[in-house]
Design a protein around this ligand. Sequence first.
Ligand code: HEC
Ligand code: CU
Length: 290
Amino acid sequence: MLAHAYLAAGLLPHDRFPQTTTEPATAWMRAALRLWETQAPFVVAAIALVLGLLVFTTLRMRAQRAKDAAPAVNSPLVALWTLLPLVAIALIAWPVLQARLAPPAAREPALKIHVIGHQWWWEFQYPEHGFATATELHVPVGKPVELTLESADVQHSLWIPAIGPREDVPPLERRSFTFTADRTGSFKGQCAELCGASHAHMHLTLVVQEPAAFDAWLANQRAPYVAPTDSVGAGPYWRGKRVFEMHACRGCHTVRGLTEGPIGPDLTHFASRSSIAGGMFPIGCSRRIS
Ligand code: HEC
Ligand SMILES: [Cu+2]
């Protein structure tokens, strides 16, 4: 409710801030949001009470000092002031701890994805299906998905606010978590650990799809590259392929069926992504790097 009130107030316009925590897509994140929404009014009330008392007592002390009277110490009141915050903290901590310590529902993942953080892009390997892609992570709705996280270089942190936990991706370590997206849609995420010059441009998009649409996506990604069919020597696709093969591109990029570059994103189906280069450029934008 409260989150929606903020949204309605225009404080968090969705189109400008798509990485919002107020539009959850997992049970975990819904619980976290509920916790925040139930506690926020009490926190605001507590702050108002404390600030109000502060102003009130300051004014009173001044009046007393003017009369040169030593302020009387009211011991029961002092005890109350000490105990009240303790009780308040316990009341806030209890549901938080409950939510944090609750063991996640152990469900056998329906899909396993290796997530590899690179400076400065996210690689997504689908080992059960034999392909890798970048920047755009596709999962089926309603199925538990296990993400295994690794870094190719420095420490990164995977954060897709709609699904919940922000998980560090340190080098030389492997971490994992499982989530089940409960609605379809596109959800923005971002590397959340300063990892070098282009860290701010290390975006990703989680695309949650109906199973049929997801299977169609899988089938397309699994397929090797398609050779250009336009006129040899003159067609733009053919010329593009030649540039790719003749220049250093092939040393870094894999196009399955054509090249096996181990460094950059797999480009076999890069035109199927909605954006490239860590989400900096939407596909189809005519930006040229001279
Ligand atoms: C030295 C290795 C290297 C060479 C050579 C290279 N690239 Fe890349 N390329 C990369 C890396 C690394 C990235 C990822 C950069 C990022 O997103 O921050 C990338 C990103 C890209 C992307 C965006 C892919 C995506 O999904 O985000 C395209 C397209 C691309 N390169 C095409 C080319 C072409 C065409 C050539 C040759 C003219 C080329 N690259 C040469 C390493 C290389
Ligand atoms: Cu980063």
